[in-house]
Write a protein that binds this ligand. Structure first.
Ligand code: 5AD
Ligand code: FES
Length: 346
């Protein structure tokens, strides 16, 4: 087992079978061995620095109906909201004052925001905050639309592939969505020049170790600048309400593997990880993660952007979360820095 981890750390790509072996035969001792290697690699590229992203959840309307997600179209219990351009700009203003230098516009796939409106919002942020990175996380759109967003000043795009296995993808999504489309979108975004983030949930229903190995091999090929992973957590108003949460330990192990697989990548320690375990985000940092994504969404809206049950920080304002995270990160021996936090080159 340790030799497989050494092989990965030496930048040799593992076979599907070797990855399955690692995932299925891990022990607490192997976990610690991996995490120590992962920390050494992250420190080689990023030292002890942790970057912040200010998340602005600007709409929870969604035309999609993913079986796992609390803001899916069919969830008639979700109370829906949209932020205006002015609301979004005031989130940025608040975030900038708190030291944030990356804004992430995240939302459901909400067609009410036309391409022109999104371009207008992106351009306004670009003009007001020339020193900040603008990240979009708004699902699948056309190539031309991605291009117009890039030209308006967006720098990064987050679009999790969710699962690289097409039949597993079909078990998580309605028929009109496909893993081929999702993967193509990621390559399109890369071609346009976006720094791209992908990712997936650990422990989603029907997921097997073989799927996780496929996810890692897909990411080794795509080489995204960012990878977001977190445990699946059920939402009570979805078809997956009765399924168990994903394992925190396995999520941390996959984070460690990702750090070795993509040494210079930006890996968030996600809110889902912090929801599944009160110290999940600290554990994520110690497993190789180097990014945190606190919320800048106004409180009234924030409590409605609920993808899974018991989501943390829905009642705490941005300043509180920032102070809380600073304390948490300092305890790990790392520290938060005020920076755009672009990916280093390998
Ligand atoms: N549990 C954990 N993560 C979830 N996401 C959506 N629903 C859930 C859930 N129930 C993740 C998806 C999506 C990202 C925005 O949040 O991977 O891409
Ligand atoms: Fe939000 Fe701790 S990070 S309250």
């Amino acid at each position: 087992m340790k030799s497989l981890i050494d092989k990965l750390a030496a930048q040799h790509i593992l076979s599907h079978e070797e990855l399955v072996t690692l995932i299925t035969q891990r022990t607490p001792e192997i976990d610690e061995y991996l995490f120590a290697k992962a920390r050494a690699v992250r420190e080689k590229y990023y030292g002890k620095e942790v970057y912040l992203r200010g998340l602005i959840e600007f709409t929870n309307y969604c035309r999609n109906d993913c079986y796992y997600c609390g803001i899916r179209k069919s969830n008639l219990h979700a109370s829906r909201y949209r932020l205006t351009k002015e609301d979004i700009l005031s989130c940025c203003e608040n975030g900038y004052g708190l030291g944030f230098r990356t804004f992430v516009l995240q939302g459901g796939e909400d067609g009410t925001y036309s391409d022109a409106q999104m371009v207008d919002i992106i351009s306004a942020i670009r003009t007001h905050y020339p020193d900040c990175a603008i990240t979009l996380s708004i699902g699948e759109r056309s190539y031309e639309t991605y291009l117009s967003f890039f030209e308006a000043g967006a720098n990064r795009y987050l679009l999790r592939h969710e699962t690289a296995n097409s039949s597993h993808y079909g078990q998580l999504h309605p028929e009109k969505m496909s893993s081929e489309e999702r993967k193509k979108a990621l390559y399109d975004l890369k071609k346009i020049g976006f720094q791209v983030g992908s990712g997936f949930m650990v422990g989603s229903p029907f997921q097997r170790p073989e799927h996780l190995a496929e996810d890692l091999l897909f990411l080794a090929e795509l080489k995204p600048q960012m990878v977001g992973i977190g445990p699946f957590i059920p939402h009570h108003d979805t078809p997956f309400a009765g399924y168990p949460s994903g394992s925190v330990e396995l999520t941390l192990f996959i984070l460690g593997l990702l750090r070795l697989l993509l040494p210079a990548s930006l890996l968030p320690s996600t809110t889902a990880l912090g929801t599944a375990d009160p110290n999940g985000r600290e554990k994520g940092i110690l497993a190789g993660a180097n990014v945190l994504m606190p919320n800048l969404t106004p409180l009234e809206a924030r409590s409605k952007y609920i993808l899974y049950d018991n989501k943390i920080c829905t009642g705490d304002d941005a300043a509180t979360c920032k102070a809380c995270l600073e304390l948490r990160v300092n305890k790990t021996g790392y520290h938060i820095v005020q920076s755009r936090g672009d990916a280093k080159s390998e």
